[in-house]
Every structure is written in C-alpha cells, then in structure tokens.
Design a protein around this ligand. Sequence first.
Ligand code: ACO
Length: 318
Amino acid sequence: MPATRPGARGAVVSGWGTALPEKVITNDELAATMDTSDEWIVARTGIRERRIGGSTVGLAVEAGRQAIEMAGLDPARIDGVVLATTSPDEQWGNAALVQNELGMRCGAFDVNAACSGFMYALITAHGMIAMGADRVLVIGAETLSRITDWDDRGTAPLFADGAGALVLESCEGPGQLLAWELDADGSALSILRSDVGGPIKMEGKEVFRRAVRIMVDSAQKSMRHAGVTADDIALIVPHQANIRIIDAACERLGIERERAAVVLDRTGNTSSASIPLALADALDHGRVKNGDLVLLVGFGGGMTAGSCILRWGGGLDA
Ligand code: ACO
C-alpha cells in the first residue's frame, strides 16, 4: 500500500486530548476476586493497574473537547468526526452523539477495526483532508470493561477503558503523513473474537504470536513506503496490549525500548484508545519535536493491523 501521493493535500496534528475513568483497579484488587496475582500479571503483561468506568461516548467527548481546545478551534468549524470504537454505547451513531455534544455541525461516523481502529480512523481522516476537508477530529474510545468476562483470568487483567483524540488540520506543504499500511486477515478472526455484546474470547498464545508478526510486517511496510529505516524513527507508538509484544516487536524492528511510548502499565489494553493515549503521553512529556519521524503501529481482532509514518509538524520546516 501507498506512500502518500506527491501533491496530495497534507494534514498536521494541531491538538490532542485524553480521558481516563477515575476508578483505578490494581492487580492486587483483581487478585482479591480471581485466582491471579500482581506478580503474574506484571511479569506476563506489564500491566500494573487499569481504569474502569464511564461510557464510550462520554470518554470520547472529554478527549475530543481537550483536543479541540488545544487546537484553539470553534467546534462549529470542524468538518468531520471519525470515532474508532469496538465497544460502542449504541449500535450506531456514537460519533454523531459526540458531534452533537461538542456543538459540531458536520459528518460523523463510527469505525470498528478492533484494536487497529484508531489507525483505520486516522488514515481515513487524512484521506478526508486530502479530498478537501479542513479540520477533522479523530477519536479512539472504549469501555472494554463492559465486554470483559470478569470471571476469566485469561482476559480480565488485560482490558480497560479510556479515550484519546487528535485534531487534524490541513496545511501548506506535504503534511505529516509520509506513508501508511492497513492489513486484515479474516481467516484468523476466531482467535480473538466477541459476539455482539461480548464477552471478549481469546486464544492468548496464538494472538501473541501473530501480533508480533503482523505489527513488525506492517511497520516495515510503512517504513519501506516512506523510504526510511528503523534508525530514522524518533518514537514508535505501538498498540498497548502487552509489554512483551511491544518488546518483541521493537527488538525485531531494531528499535530500542527507550524509543517506544508505553502507558499500558497504567491503562491496560484500551483497544482503539491505546495508540492516541500513548502518543498524547509522549507529546505531553515533550518527547516529540518538529521534524521527528513517529511510527504508529497497531494490531487487533479481525485480525487487523495498521501503521503509518508521521513527520511531526508536517514537511515545511523539517
Ligand atoms: N493469573 C495467573 N495465572 C494465569 C492467568 C492469570 N491472570 N492467566 C493464565 N494463567 C495461567 C494459565 O492457566 C497457564 O497455567 P498452566 O500452565 O497451569 O496451564 C499459565 O498461566 C500460562 O498461561 P498462558 O496463557 O500460556 O500465558 P501466556 O504467557 O501466554 O500469557 C497472555 C497470557 C498474557 C494472555 C498472553 O498470551 C498475551 O498477552 N496474549 C496476547 C493478548 C493480546 O494482545 N490481546 C489483545 C489483542 S488486541 C484486540 O484486538 C482486543
């Protein structure tokens, strides 16, 4: 799949926001209700605590509002809302509820590609800008706690709730998106699935094996399309499912952990929200400067995968 076509109208991130429920559940609290331990969960996943509560739309509104405020925009000037979620409040119209709540007057739609959802939404939003939109709000929001089987120790420690949002604005010059890749393999759907309404069912070991492979494959394709190598990447923002998956993928890509954004110790796996949460954390800590190359890469149920290379700040001053 493509490197961004020369001449396509470019976009840059002009604001970001996050939302996490107040309620924290530590591993010790989980261990009080099921046969597990803090030691096992930390060693096997890297997760120490997670946030639970709220609604998908409520979290999306909070993250979206922050992103719009940072961008300094009147919500009525936004041209589109793309909401990635795999745990919607409503069967449809979740993005429309966010649009209404935030006072926007534009098209709004939901995207569901499981944990790759934010990558699909982000690429779609860049496409909208390439085709003439000026400002698009992209959100990943989840309340996975509602589709988690709290009696299943194989999945309950992993999943959690949260949201992250980016505002994209059109810009002069080539913009930030150098290249991207979206993949899917429906033959592997059964290893990580959920009937409508849940719960999440997973063959953990098989998901683990494939996750590393498809993340590395997707990231390498995006780097190749962009004409860059792992040495050029200032920050990798991987889907936050398991620290061992992140470590294995980084090792195979030749990117040391210090260049990875990691929040899963505090957030657990928030599916569509995990990449924007990790990116926002890195941005808030000043880890990205204009001109840096940022690699976003996710994988998830379907199975799906997605990645892209962003040149932070767009092309003009890089
Ligand atoms: N606490 C204690 N013991 C446990 C727990 C637990 N929470 N869960 C499983 N165990 C036990 C198992 O019963 C097993 O015991 P046994 O050896 O006596 O049979 C032992 O620990 C090992 O179990 P495994 O499942 O083999 O453990 P593994 O090292 O594979 O780790 C895990 C499990 C963490 C789920 C891992 O496989 C994983 O992270 N897989 C990928 C998950 C993932 O990324 N999912 C999200 C995908 S994104 C999306 O789209 C939603």
